[in-house]
Design a protein around this ligand. Structure first.
Ligand SMILES: CC#CCNS(=O)(=O)c1cc(S(N)(=O)=O)ccc1C(=O)O
Ligand SMILES: [Zn+2]
Length: 261
C-alpha cells in the first residue's frame, strides 16, 4: 500500500523523489563517530534543562508509522545546552527493528545500532504553535533516547499496555493515568551529543536540533517485542509494525558536539 513510507517502492532510499530535501545538507539520522565528536564546554556551562510533568500526556495514537503519545505541553519545557530559547514538549514516539535483529535505532554510535530509539519532540515557543515551528531552521528540538535490552521498565510498560487499544492507523485513546515522560530519560541525562538535523520521516524538514542521550534506557526483551505488536498497513495487507526507521545519512559539513569530555 502506498501509505507505508518504509515499505512502498524502495523505501527511505526513494524518499528523495517526492522530497528532494532527503539529499539535503542537514538530514537525519546520522552515525555518531565518537572519534570525530567535539566536546563543547559551553554545553556543560549552560546545562540542558529538561522539565516534564505528571499531567502532560493526553492521548496515544497509532500514526501508521509508530505510536505517538501526544501532549499539550503543560509544564514540559526544554531549554539550555545547545538551545537559544524555550521549547515545549509536543509528543513522543519510537522507531524499532525486527525480531532477532540488532538494527532498529535511527542514530548509530560508531556504526552500532540499538534495538529501538525513542524521540521526544519539542517546538520552539518563539513561534505561535507546532505547525508554525515545524519547518523553521530552529523550529524543533528532539531528545533521542536509545533503548537497550535489560531489565524491565514498568513506566514504559504502562504506555505499552495501551497498544492493544490502537490496533489501526488513526486509532486514538485517552491516557487517563498520570504519566511523566521524565521516566523515559536515562539515569544520566547530562551526557549527550547534539547537531543540527532534520525530521527522519517525510517531509524531512531541516528544522531539528537533535539532542541524543549517550546513555541508553534499559527495557526488557519482551518490551522490545511488544513494540512489534502495533499494526500498520503494508503492500500485503495489515501486519505487525517493525523496521520503521530511516538508516543514517551522510553527515556532510557538520560536527557533532558532545556535552562531555
Ligand atoms: C508536518 C509535519 C511534521 C512532523 N511531525 S512530528 O514532529 O510529530 C514527527 C517527527 C518525527 S522524528 N522521527 O523526526 O522525530 C517522526 C514523525 C513525526 C510525525 O509527524 O509523526
Ligand atoms: Zn522519530
Amino acid at each position: 500500500k502506498r501509505g507505508n513510507i518504509y515499505l512502498s517502492g524502495a523505501g527511505p532510499s526513494a524518499w528523495h523523489e517526492e522530497y528532494p530535501v532527503a539529499k539535503g545538507k542537514r538530514q537525519s539520522p546520522v552515525d555518531i563517530n565518537t572519534n570525530k565528536t567535539k566536546f563543547d564546554p559551553k554545553l556543560a556551562a549552560d546545562p540542558l534543562t529538561i522539565r516534564f510533568s505528571d499531567s502532560c500526556c493526553q492521548s496515544i495514537v497509532n500514526t501508521g508509522i509508530s505510536f505517538q503519545v501526544t501532549s499539550n505541553g503543560a509544564g514540559c519545557e526544554l531549554s539550555g545546552g545547545p538551545l537559544d530559547s524555550t521549547y515545549q514538549f509536543a509528543q513522543f514516539h519510537a522507531h524499532w527493528g525486527a525480531y532477532l535483529k540488532t538494527t532498529g535505532s535511527e542514530h548509530t554510535v560508531d556504526g552500532v545500532s540499538y534495538p529501538a530509539e525513542l524521540h521526544l519532540v519539542h517546538w520552539n515557543t518563539k513561534y505561535d504553535d507546532f505547525k508554525d515551528a515545524v519547518d523553521k531552521p530552529d523550529g524543533l528540538a528532539v531528545i533521542a533516547v536509545f533503548f537497550k535490552r535489560g531489565k524491565e521498565h514498568p513506566g514504559f510498560g504502562k504506555i505499552q499496555d495501551l497498544f492493544s487499544k490502537i490496533p489501526a492507523k488513526g486509532a486514538k485513546v485517552n491516557i487517563d493515568f498520570e504519566f511523566n515522560p521524565g521516566l523515559l530519560m536515562p539515569p544520566d541525562s547530562e551526557n549527550y551529543w547534539t547537531y543540527l538535523g532534520s525530521l527522519t520521516t517525510p517531509p524531512l524538514y531541516e528544522s531539528v536540533t537533535w539532542i541524543v542521550m549517550k546513555e541508553p534506557l534499559e527495557v526488557s526483551v519482551e518490551q522490545i517485542a511488544i513494540l512489534r505488536t502495533l499494526l500498520w498497513e503494508t503492500p500485503n495487507g495489515v501486519s505487525q509494525m517493525y523496521n520503521n526507521f530511516r538508516p543514517p545519512v551522510p553527515l556532510r559539513d557538520r560536527v557533532i558536539r558532545a556535552s562531555f569530555g
